[in-house]
Write a protein that binds this ligand. Structure first.
Ligand code: HEC
Ligand code: HEC
Length: 360
């Protein structure tokens, strides 16, 4: 069954046509200059240079170390799971699973977001519970369902390999004891700051290239702004910078929004934050299916239709949904070319892998 069609049928066929879009769709041709000016009020181009990170200078040495640690399975207790397991840098920076699978084959509660451009998000995780990438990186290492290790075990592991000690010394010069859990997180943060995807076709349009987008993609952009998507999904990451209830107008079904995950409520404990989540950053969205924090939706058109009904109370027709999805696919940027790091060999002092018993 074609789910998009079904949803469109359920919603009826009337398109929301207001403001800019009315003329854009009616004419089936968009005024490029006006569209670019309107878009400039909502969105920013991804910079081509690595952004600065607060309190953590992004040096070459730190980035190289952070890359090793990102690919390092021995910071998990099984010595099998690395950050790259769930944030595969060859697959859009996530795992393309409904929800992630970690230590002992356990299924985690949420879908893995991409690490690409994560440096631009207001805070990390679907509920924003980590202030920055440095704070974030300490979480999965210790999470029982992810890497199931401890800070002590990680430090012992890293100190057991002389090559790592050298790398930490170079990355954190002048520190008496550079191999720390905190510095592991800082190095990973510095590496992640380099995982940006500039030069998407959308960015090229913002920068003045009129012919880089098709008419349909331009109509999708116009609709994205005029129907209200851009009021939550804006800024450099086209999202990732604010928190909103999932289901502002109408709660999606419990398959997509189950009652047990109340999102930001668990962070702030205020009733206003019931089922509040960070507006998904939409950069590279075509690479990161399945969608939503539950990962229940595999089809981008279907995700767009759900957003229209749940967040805007709007019924979008099939043509509008296709146009918006086509626009969203222009947000795919140039992915970083990563040379796979060669990792130091274990020594007799390296903690042995903990056998994983299957827990599901
Ligand atoms: C077992 C799978 C798994 C592993 C291993 C893992 N992650 Fe994640 N990661 C996730 C999931 C799932 C989330 C979302 C969790 C949430 O929002 O509650 C996440 C969230 C993130 C985010 C937030 C992105 C955003 O947009 O909010 C970053 C950054 C990240 N992980 C980096 C890392 C790093 C660095 C490591 C290694 C130290 C790592 N992850 C290891 C599954 C994993
Ligand atoms: C009121 C704010 C708001 C509006 C308006 C809104 N969104 Fe969202 N959007 C969110 C939130 C919050 C999420 C995260 C939902 C969750 O918890 O999974 C999200 C998630 C998404 C996702 C999935 C992201 C991912 O990585 O899985 C897509 C795609 C999306 N929105 C597109 C749209 C489109 C297209 C529109 C307009 C039709 C729109 N949104 C309107 C707040 C909004």
């Amino acid at each position: 069954m074609n789910t998009t069609r079904t949803i469109v049928r359920l919603l009826g066929a009337s398109a929301l046509c207001i403001g800019f879009v009315t003329s854009a769709l009616a004419a089936d041709k968009v005024d490029d200059a006006a569209l670019r000016t309107a878009a400039g009020d909502y969105f920013e181009v991804i910079p081509s240079a690595v952004p600065a990170v607060k309190g953590n200078a992004v040096t070459h040495e730190k980035v190289e170390l952070g890359k090793m640690l990102f690919f390092e399975p021995r910071i998990s207790s099984s010595a099998l799971i690395s950050c790259n397991t769930c944030h595969n840098l060859g697959m859009g920076g996530d795992d393309n699973l409904e929800t992630s699978i970690g230590h002992g084959w356990q299924k985690g509660p949420r879908n893995s977001p991409t690490v690409f451009n994560a440096v631009f998000n207001i805070a990390q995780f679907w509920d924003g519970r980590a202030a920055d990438l440095k704070a974030q990186a300490k979480g999965p290492v210790q999470a029982g369902v992810e890497m199931a290790s401890t800070p002590d075990r990680v430090v012992t592991t890293l100190k057991s390999m002389p090559e790592y000690i050298e790398h930490f010394k170079k990355a954190f010069p002048g520190e008496a004891d550079p191999v720390t859990f905190d510095n592991m997180a800082k190095a990973i943060e510095a590496f992640e700051a380099t995982l940006i995807t500039p030069s998407s076709r959308f960015d090229q349009f913002l920068e003045g290239n009129d012919v880089i987008l098709s008419d349909q993609e331009k109509q999708g952009l116009a609709l994205f702004m005029d129907s209200g998507c851009a009021s939550c999904h804006n800024g450099v990451n086209v999202g990732g910078n604010g928190y909103y209830p999932f289901g502002v107008v109408e709660k999606p079904g419990s398959d997509i929004l189950p009652a047990n995950d109340k999102g930001r409520f668990a962070v702030t404990h205020t009733a206003d934050d019931d089922y509040v989540f960070r507006a998904g950053p939409l950069r590279n969205i075509e690479l990161t299916a399945p969608y939503f924090h539950t990962g229940k939706v595999w089809d981008l058109e279907q995700a767009v239709g759900i957003m229209a009904t749940s967040q805007l109370g709007t019924e979008l027709d099939e043509k509008s949904i296709s146009a918006i999805a086509a626009f969203l696919r222009t947000l795919t940027g140039e992915e970083p070319r990563i040379v796979y790091p060669i990792l130091p060999v274990s020594t007799h002092a390296t903690p042995k892998p903990v056998a994983m018993t299957i827990k599901n």
